[in-house]
Design a protein around this ligand. Structure first.
Ligand SMILES: Cc1cc2nc3c(=O)[nH]c(=O)nc-3n(C[C@H](O)[C@H](O)[C@H](O)COP(=O)(O)OP(=O)(O)OC[C@H]3O[C@@H](n4cnc5c(N)ncnc54)[C@H](O)[C@@H]3O)c2cc1C
Length: 353
């Protein structure tokens, strides 16, 4: 039952005390919830999958999850990644967050183009060009720098605890449409759609640019987990350290056609072979079976890139933040801060009349 009069749009509850409703509790929804709660807003998250769940369609449980500067993105999108780096760097002081500062070596098959990942050198620490004797001769150039890796098995439960400690609420529920969500929270004025791939099927979104992209990685248990290796080019390969889980994540692949939850051993063998070529000191050619496990997740990708915008729908404001594909962790806290600014703009429109 609403305490507000929907016809006159008057309400005894001040704007800032009406919960902001977030659909989706992946890294995007949870990062947004945390940043909004830190600013004093009330927040409720509604989602089918919650932190700690391990469904293949819940991408945030399966990410690498490295901070790597994305190529071919706009200056504003670069800034979202820069903000994320700043927030993660602060979190890395707290082991419970699962965020670690690690060394990184990036090898390029070709000289970098103007829209390559090179822009990230202004964000990371200790960036330097490696001299030719420091990297294999098959590469055109190479860089070393420090970067941040997030262990999702720690980070998502950490976020859940932080959100709950600050008064945020989680409701486990699958909705068929945003209107179903609006009907659950008649007093709320701001709704955030952070439903990832859900935006493809929600009845009143049906964004046909969204598509699923399967990832399958190998987790190799090893104590050599302090350096990230990244091969940029045709043989796109990474070795992402996960110090808090005592191992490294080997990848990667992106498949639109194969969405199977089953391990494809050919893919796994190929990833181990590529990772061995990239980092032979860390990844043996034939690692023991009992040191290996497999990670499979579906990335919530979107043709043309992610959506991050605000629209007024009658008395409500709908913010959309989905379609982050293989970069949701690297964009997360920047997106969350952008959403906070959009919510504050809506607050301003409601309280300065
Ligand atoms: C193998 C792999 C490796 C990756 N590596 C990296 C990496 O190194 N760096 C990086 O930055 N990113 C990486 N990613 C990508 C990253 O995991 C995603 O971009 C990110 O998790 C997307 O987060 P999200 O919150 O948008 O979506 P999700 O985590 O999928 O969450 C969506 C949420 O919406 C909810 N939802 C959807 N529809 C509905 C509905 N109808 N009703 C109720 N709830 C609904 C879901 O239950 C869920 O809570 C990787 C992904 C994979 C699979």
């Amino acid at each position: 039952m609403s305490e507000c009069d929907q016809n006159t749009n008057t309400c005894p509850i001040p704007f800032s005390q009406r919960p902001i409703i977030i659909l989706g509790a992946g890294i995007i929804g949870c990062a947004a919830a945390r940043q909004l709660l830190l600013q004093g807003f009330h927040v409720t998250l509604v989602a089918e999958f919650l932190p700690g769940d391990q469904d293949i369609n819940y991408a945030s449980a399966w990410a690498g999850a490295a901070w790597h500067a994305a190529g071919s993105i706009t200056p504003d999108q670069r800034y979202l990644q820069a903000v994320t780096h700043r927030v993660l760097l602060q979190m890395a002081r707290e082991p419970a967050s699962g965020v670690s500062l690690v060394d990184s070596r990036e090898y390029l098959e070709q000289e970098p183009t103007p829209d390559s990942a090179l822009w990230g050198r202004t964000v990371v620490s200790r960036f330097r060009n490696l001299s030719p004797e420091e990297y294999p001769s098959e590469f055109a150039c190479a860089w070393a720098y420090e970067t941040l890796v997030t262990d999702p098995t720690r980070h998502m439960p950490y976020l859940k605890r932080q959100i709950q400690t600050m008064g945020g609420r989680f409701i486990r529920r699958k909705v068929e449409s945003l209107h179903e969500l609006y009907g659950m929270f008649l007093d709320s004025r701001v709704f955030i759609n952070a439903s990832g791939l859900g935006s493809k099927t929600l009845a009143d979104v049906q964004d046909d640019r969204c598509f699923p992209e399967r990832g399958q990685n190998v987790f190799l248990r090893t104590d050599k987990c302090q350096t990230m290796y990244f091969r940029n080019g045709q043989e796109y390969t990474y070795v992402i350290p996960r110090p808090y889980s005592g191992g490294v994540v080997l990848g990667g692949v992106k498949h639109q056609d194969n969405l199977s939850p089953d391990v494809d051993l050919d893919i796994a063998r190929d990833e181990i072979a590529r990772a061995h070529r990239l980092a032979p000191d860390v990844v043996p050619a034939n690692p023991p079976e009992d040191a290996i496990s497999h990670i499979i997740g579906i990335r919530p990708s979107r043709k043309g890139g992610f959506r991050l915008d605000s629209e007024v729908q009658g008395s409500r404001t709908l913010l959309s933040a989905y379609g982050f594909g293989g970069g949701g962790y690297a964009f997360s806290y920047g997106v969350a801060d952008a959403l906070v600014k959009m919510v504050e703009q809506t607050e301003r429109d409601h309280v300065i009349v």
